[in-house]
Design a protein around this ligand. Structure first.
Ligand SMILES: [Zn+2]
Length: 315
């Protein structure tokens, strides 16, 4: 990946800041040929920063550029790990996780004879956070483990939920090639500096015929929300959240990425939004927006909301 630390070309409110910005080429096609997709201003610790989200003119990938070199700082250093909050957040995701696990089980079994092996299928949850999906998969008899770079989340998973977790960034974790039956990555791919490298690594760990399932914000849905909230309602509520969200795929760009790493997309669908904040009005707005989204989707006949995608490793 071509990455260069640069002077931030976007005007900052605080000229005395010492933030490091990096300018990047397209992660999918390597080009450096973009147009502005959206602009967003949002607070980062004590400062108010202006970001631009761009779209590659060659392949359509949407990404934050330039971006903060320390883009995951709010997760890695600034998070407040309150056990009650962790459990509330996990509770809000419970239905999404259960439906996803059912989907994965059906896809996996459609290609594997459960009587052919006595061993349960292996499942690796990349970016497993506090480990709730790993715990759910283990309850359903998967031999499941996780990878998590944030120490506090990983400790919650290992010490409170008692599930196995490899602690560290995915690039530092060594696993035998073609050793995993199922890999999941929920709300992860938008955060990583080099999604193509992460996808390549995951694909190398998957057995031929294995399943990879991901969930991520869609570029199309973020743009619709950005137009409504920022342009129409003059709201400052974050939509793209580019202090930590670096990439925004749609079905087309993700399908290209999957093909690059030897995966074929079996299914892509809009994932339901969970009401996961303390703000009841915001939870209500999230759920209401889903009705609006379904109406557009029915008219357009393709998923444009935040996506759940299921892929198979080619044999
Ligand atoms: Zn591109």
């Amino acid at each position: 990946m071509n990455t260069a630390i640069c002077e931030n070309p976007v005007k900052q409110n605080n000229p005395a800041n010492q933030l490091q910005w990096e300018q990047i080429n397209c992660n999918l096609c390597g080009a450096d040929n973009t147009e502005i997709y959206h602009r967003e201003r949002l607070p980062y610790f004590e400062q108010l920063l202006d970001f631009q989200i761009v779209r590659c003119r060659q392949c359509g990938l949407v990404y934050t550029n330039p971006r903060l070199a320390d883009h995951n700082a709010t997760y890695l250093y600034g998070s407040d790990f309150n056990p009650d909050q962790i459990e509330a957040h996990a509770h809000a995701k419970q239905n999404v996780f259960e439906r996803a696990l059912n989907e994965i089980t059906a896809l996996y079994q459609s290609n594997h004879n459960p009587n052919a092996t006595k061993n349960p299928p292996t499942l690796l949850d990349v970016g497993c956070g506090s480990g709730h999906f790993v715990a759910l998969a283990r309850q359903h008899n998967f031999e499941a483990s996780g990878i998590e770079p944030t120490q506090a989340s990983a400790r919650y998973a290992t010490e409170i939920l008692n599930v196995p977790v490899h602690i560290g960034p995915i690039a530092d974790i060594e696993l035998p090639p073609q050793s995993i039956d199922i890999i999941t990555a929920w709300d992860v791919i938008e955060h990583v500096a080099d999604p193509l490298a992460v996808m390549q690594r995951c694909s190398s760990w998957l057995r031929p015929g294995g399943i990879m399932a991901l969930r991520f914000p869609s570029s199309t849905w973020q743009k619709i929300k950005g137009l409504i909230l920022h342009n129409l309602l003059a709201s400052r509520r974050p939509v793209f959240s580019p202090t930590m969200h670096l990439y925004f795929f749609n079905v087309r760009t993700f399908t290209q990425m999957a093909q690059r790493v030897g995966l074929t997309v079996l299914k892509a669908k809009t994932t339901p939004a969970e009401a996961n904040t303390d703000n009841h009005l915001l939870n209500y707005a999230k759920l209401t927006s889903q009705i609006f989204l379904r109406t557009i989707e029915t008219a357009g006949r393709k998923p444009i909301g935040n996506l759940e995608v299921y892929c198979r490793k080619l044999t």
